[in-house]
Ligand binder design. Structure first.
Ligand SMILES: [Zn+2]
Length: 300
């Protein structure tokens, strides 16, 4: 008996703790041009819980189908719960959290919910993990929102035929969240050890520090958010900083795959590996493929 982990693309994972099935996010049904992850939401036959990191479509979309098909309980922000209720998931299957909760998932498995931060999608972002980005500090909310609107307008006016499939996908998957609805870090405590999962590159330093999970599943994409401001440096430095705060034995990266071509591409994580070797040499970086049923705990 142990814990096995399947990566299902972006920041979605299936965690099996003995016979308890926990989905972390639920986004598996992607644009046709994205490499398939080996499982679609309609093929999911068993799920006990769905933990949702935040309400953007590339994390939440699909949770409604899995919840309706399996009866799984969805744990997420009040915004996530509102969207799932709109999708006619039964209210008794919805648990709204705000950070600070401890929830018993089974006899031996407890999940703790912590407030977190979304990556700075409104700031200039890197095209590779070793590209340093600077600036965008101290912006007011309306300035951040103006940046986002400008980018959305530029995207929709771009005349790229490959974007038609993306536009159709965005139309289908749009559950109309208010922003990201708040982002969370989840710490899953089991008899075999603990797992920290975070589905976007952001954190509160004072919250992440000293959680000390055995394994950390960390988003490695975009412009990292440290305590509400964009990192002044690289994504590799951001991941190394999280490794230093958490001190896990093993990090499993996510969100770095080519999940929505042509707007994304496969990210080479060598700079992250090199930065970790310098800054946190005791941490192992384990890059998983999709659906590998990897035995992650207990650590051997
Ligand atoms: Zn997001």
């Amino acid at each position: 008996m142990a814990i096995t982990l399947d990566w299902l693309g972006v920041a979605t994972f299936r965690l099996m703790v003995d016979d308890l099935v926990i989905f972390l996010d639920a986004y598996m049904d992607r644009v046709p041009a994205a490499p398939p992850v080996g499982l679609t939401t309609s093929q999911v036959e068993r799920a006990d819980y769905l933990l949702v990191g935040h309400s953007h479509y590339d994390h939440l979309w699909g949770a409604e189908r899995i919840a309706r098909n399996t009866g799984a309980v969805v744990i997420g922000s009040h915004e996530t719960v509102r969207l799932m209720e709109n999708e006619e998931v039964a209210v008794k299957q919805l648990v709204a959290v705000a950070g600070g909760e401890r929830i018993r998932l089974s006899e031996g498995v407890v999940v703790r919910v912590f407030p977190s931060q979304h990556s700075c999608i409104w700031a200039q972002g890197p095209t590779a993990p070793d590209e340093a980005c600077f600036g965008d500090l101290g912006l007011f909310l309306d300035e951040r929102q103006a940046n986002l609107s400008r980018r959305a307008a530029a995207r929709s006016s771009a005349n790229n035929p490959a974007m038609a499939a993306v536009a159709e996908h965005l139309r289908q998957s749009n559950q109309r969240p208010r922003g990201e609805g708040g982002a969370f870090a989840y710490l899953i405590e089991t008899p075999y050890g603990s797992i920290l999962w975070k589905d976007t590159s952001g954190h509160w330093t004072g919250i992440l520090r000293d959680l000390r999970p055995d394994v950390a599943l960390l988003a490695a994409a975009g412009r990292g958010n440290i305590d509400g401001e964009p990192i002044q440096g690289t994504l590799a430095q951001f991941v190394a900083r999280e490794a230093d705060l958490l001190r896990p034995r093993r990090i499993i990266p996510c969100h770095h795959d080519n999940w929505m071509p042509p707007t994304t591409r496969q990210t080479d994580l060598s700079p992250v590996r090199e930065e970790l070797a310098r800054r946190a040499p005791h941490v192992e970086l384990l890059e998983m493929g999709y659906m590998e049923s990897y035995p992650i705990l207990p650590l051997r």
